[in-house]
Design a protein around this ligand. Sequence first.
Ligand SMILES: [Zn+2]
Length: 500
Amino acid sequence: MYLINNFLMKDYGVILKNTCFFVLLLACLCMHPAQALQIVYPKTLNTQVCAASTFFIGSTEPGSSLKINDKDVKVYDNGSFVEVVPLSDGDNTVKIESSKDNKTDTLSYIIKRIPKSSLVVPEPVTEEFAPEQYIYASVIKDNTPLRAQPDENAKRITHLNHNTILMLNGKKGAYYRVSLSPAVNAWVRADSIVNYSTINGKMLASASNVVVSEDKLYTYVKTDLSFPSPYRIVETDTGLTMELYNIKENTADSQLFNSSGAVKTLAVNTVCADSQSTYYVELNQKLWGYIAYYEGNTLVLKIRKAPDIDEKSPLKGLIIALDAGHGGDDAGAIGPTGVKEKDINLDVSKRLKKLLEKDGADVVLTRDDDSGEPLYERPKKAQDNDALFMISIHANALADGADPYKKHGTSAFYYNRESIELAKTIRDTLTSQLGTKDDGVGMYSLVMTRPTMPLSVLVEIAYMIHPDEYKLLLDENFRQKAAEALKKGIEAYLLKMLQD
Ligand SMILES: [Zn+2]
């Protein structure tokens, strides 16, 4: 109590003394304009970084001269600057001075570089269950990743549906090991399942009643199971292969199903020794998206039928989902003068929507204002609306350690093989129409690229943290051109599919 009172008294003393200081400070602020020097990155005066360099992104009054640690830094005509600053291990003091008309603004940052090795956490040991002993568990939410290793960055083998029954045969850290077949294991996070009980011997499902059917937009392959088991779908040159795990029998074993909708042939095969039932789905068309899910104990493989494309107006009648990246509390990247990526993305999306609708397409926007539409809801919205494509629109930034003057331009990302060509075509059209540098097409595991339906591509129009590209992104003529190029890219893809 004494300590608290003493502290409070001391504190009041400080406040009283400081009142005079604040009055003086306010008087100073009134005489001089607000500080023109603004740093948008790093976000705080004290920051920790692992990389060998960081960059300073910000703006000052146009026409100012700028020094970072006494080195002259170029200030662009809108006041923007971006500078890479090399870092040594430990504390690095970075002093930024902006001067104009005998007035100097100064900011000082402490960037602590932590050597990567100090971040290594000791690896947990694997807890092996007794031979033939399994924990019988159930998945608690849709889209639960099953990974190749017990690590959140490890490759995703497949995604599990809610209520899928798993056979667990080991544990390591926050992960359980899942037995898919006698030879194949994968890993699932312990917090994404509920454990039922320990059993001796593996519980295997029976599959029966395989049916192929179709409606206007999709072809369905449906299989009844005794309980939902894990499965994996692989894209092949001729269609899809679906591996269904922990299966003791499939009454459609060795059967060949003939053409229906998108499916040319379906062959079902069960090899008892590895308790796996494999579905070889040969398509009579290209892959236009697919998805699998459980309806109760029925596994449904839903395949998108090829759209009717009118050569003269290819967009007519198609449903396209556009996703303006970020939104709400998530600003995305922030440009040197403080403009937020989320606002650029939304503007381009709205422009593209108008252009696509003018040419007869129906457009679904995952967000049409600054509401922070949850990330996982976005692909769902596209799927629920039967969209054929989902294009996520972004403007890029880099992590510490990179050089924004070397790596910049336009890029496009995909995750599934079926979307590679769409990503390439959009990148090609954007770079040729906008004159931006080709920053590549890459496979990247993201919420907006992972969906297998619709065909999903994430495009980075240009960089928010490259001063010249940032200036372009702020120009509405450029944003209109970007929207036109995106429309042309989608059209070019449709026409290409018509020719192949
Ligand atoms: Zn983004």
